[in-house]
Design a protein around this ligand. Sequence first.
Ligand code: RTP
Ligand code: MG
Length: 139
Amino acid sequence: MKTNRTFTMIKPDAVANGHIGAIVDKITKSGFKIIALKYTFLTPEKAGQFYEVHAARPFYKDLVSFMSSGPIVAAILEKDNAIEDFRKLIGATDPSKAEEGTIRNLFAKSIDANAVHGSDSDENAEIEGSFFFSAFEKF
Ligand code: RTP
Ligand code: MG
């Protein structure tokens, strides 16, 4: 099912470094409409659940610990071709490889603390959005 929606989080590093406003500004100026938006946090249990697909990967423990280290901003975004366009906007997972002008190039410091999350498929966007938002919180 093509939804034209994606899910994002502004991760603890970008929140702690004061980049919420700049990142939301960049997202909306790039043509994404905000469907839902929340300032919240992940407990280690919740972060573990959210990133369960990576449970077998060597970086899983660090990822869960980092993602539960401070507040985050969660959002559902809408745009034609949302998944692909948003991943282009955020840039490569490793910010040292992220193209100039991308969110990770501008705001991320390392592969672990890489400023933002972006869903990798329509199916996962739906699952991840529903992890944070009820039907009444999605406009
Ligand atoms: P995200 O899910 O956060 O949008 O990032 P992504 O798709 O670009 O990367 P993914 O493969 O889904 O990995 C999730 C997060 O795990 C950390 N990671 N570390 N040390 C490593 O080799 C490594 N690989 C991935 C990153 O913080 C990545 O965002
Ligand atoms: Mg991913």
